[in-house]
Structures are given as structure tokens and as C-alpha cells.
Design a binder for this molecule. Sequence first.
Ligand code: F6P
Length: 330
Amino acid sequence: LFRLGVLTSGGDAPGMNAAIRAITLKGLSAGFEIVGINAGYNGIFNLDTQILSAQSVDNIIQRGGTLLKTARCSQLREEDGPRLAAEKLTQLKLDALIIIGGDGSFRGAVKLAEFWPKPIIGIPGTIDNDINGTDQTIGFWTAIDTALDSIDKIRDTADAFERIFVVEVMGRDCGFIAMESGIACGAEQIICHELIEDEETYLAQLYNAILHAVTWRQTQSYVIVIAEHSLSICSAELAKRIADFTGVDTKSAILGYIQRGGAPVAMDRVLATQLGISAVKAVCEGKTGLMIGMKNNEMVEIPFAQTGLKNTHNQDLIKRLKHFNFDLTD
Ligand code: F6P
């Protein structure tokens, strides 16, 4: 019996369950036994698995989190980690592995492949949307909607008090969540590190732009959406400095982990289902060492070596951000 392993790794993302479901149902129909590996790569080291049946994945397409749990596995990054993990995979009698995760998870897969010769296929699952070779990652659009829901609420109170708000969203080192949620909520400014060449100059321009807008009452409230890790100062400190410069009451809010939870939106369920089915198809065709992604609405196969982080100096992102920050020079 062909035993197909599946695991989720790294930050959980809404839609991972939909991918597990699709892989399980498609794999079962191909005649495979589906072995769920618990808690990411840790489940390989600990031989911690569960057999997935159609019943196990019933009613999970609409749930956030991941049925299989997830983790960031330090053991795999140790020198002997990949060799040991390969030994454990042999003990588990697996014939192929599908990994749902982000860039770190794919780097792990590449290391593992040096010692384990069977098919390994990846599916991009992270709210950050920071993986090369795919237009979207599972969880991204849900995270945007969750952030948007909160920012809209912050806008109400900002408007009522005529305050300035600094709202920090996730994205690790990547501005996509800030950009899309910022555009959608009509933010007056969107900040992410991709836009900043010199922080001091950037901040001076920012303070002046805000002062100009509040002085001329261009807006009753002023919302700044900022990606985490964009500046060397924290969001609370940024709010304080804006308040000092403009004389307008300024508050900060960090949205944090709520962005990772909740029921996946339709886009993420559909994407996860399509990617999951294509991943099983790739396994059936004996393919290995690649991520299934989606480009221009088509499923694509991208070798792990060509994935990697999409984050820095993404020209499209920078152009769009400048445009939406009403920078008319570009
Ligand atoms: O990769 C997804 C993500 O949520 C990032 O946006 C964030 O920076 C990071 O994970 C947080 O990681 P952890 O769960 O390890 O604190």
C-alpha cells in the first residue's frame, strides 16, 4: 500500500485544513493510505502520526488552524537533523510527503531530500504571501479580511475622536498584508520596510505629510497601517512621536495573532483545495522537489530552488504602495 504523508509546518494559516482535506480525499481516491504527521517536522522525529480517513477530514474545510497542528522545528535545522528525519521517514514506511507551509518549511524539505529519495511536494501556506512562484499563498486573503474588519472598527473610534491611529499588521518582513488591508480600509498611509531607504528622512516626510493633512482637515481621522518590523522603533513609539510633532492625539494598536485565525474566506478554501489536488497529482506522476503554486489562475510547478522569499524590493509592491500613499512623483 502506497503511504502518503502530509504535514503542516511553520505559522498556521486559514485554509490549511482545506488543503489537508483535499489531499486526503484525492489521495484516498488514488488508492493511497494517508498518514497525517502531527506538529510539523517534529512529528517525523517523534514518529507522531495519525491515519487520515474521509471521516477525519469531514467538516474541516471551514475551520482555521490545522487539524495536524504545526510547529517551527529546530531539530531539522541541526547538522544531523535531515539525516535523522530521513531515517524516521523510512521507519514510518512513507512513500511520499506533502508539506504545507512557508519558505522555512520548503528549505527543510530541500535538506530532507538530500537523504530521503522519495517524492516531496510543497504547498504554499502562510498568511504573509511572501513565497516566490505563486501569486497567492493559503491564508493570505483571510488574514487581509480579518485585519480589515479590525481596522474598520478602529476607523470608527478614530473618526469619533478625530484621532490618528497607527495600526500594526503582520507579515514578518514583507509588506503584502499591510498593502492590501491598507488599500482596502482607505488608510491615509501604508508603511512597510520596502518603501524606506533612509528611516530618518522617511519619518521626517511622514510627520510633515500627517501635519499637513490634519492642519488642513483633509480627513477627520488618520489611519496609518504599518507592517511589523518596518521601522527600528515600535508602533507605540511611532504614535508618540507623531503626537509630539502634530499635537494630535495618536494611538497605536497591534492586531497580532488574530490575523492567523478564523474561518478561511472562499478564496483560501478554493486555492487550498486546488493546490491539494494538484499536489497529489504530482505525487502520482512521481514528481518531486517542487512547490505547487498558482500563477495567473493556473496551477504551476516550481522547483523548491526557485521559491524563496518574495519580500524585499518587490517593484510591484513598492509602485502600488507609492501610488496609494498618494505619492505623485511615481
Ligand atoms: O509567518 C506567519 C507569521 O504569522 C508572521 O506574519 C509573523 O511574523 C510570524 O508568523 C509569527 O511567528 P510565531 O508564531 O512563531 O510567533
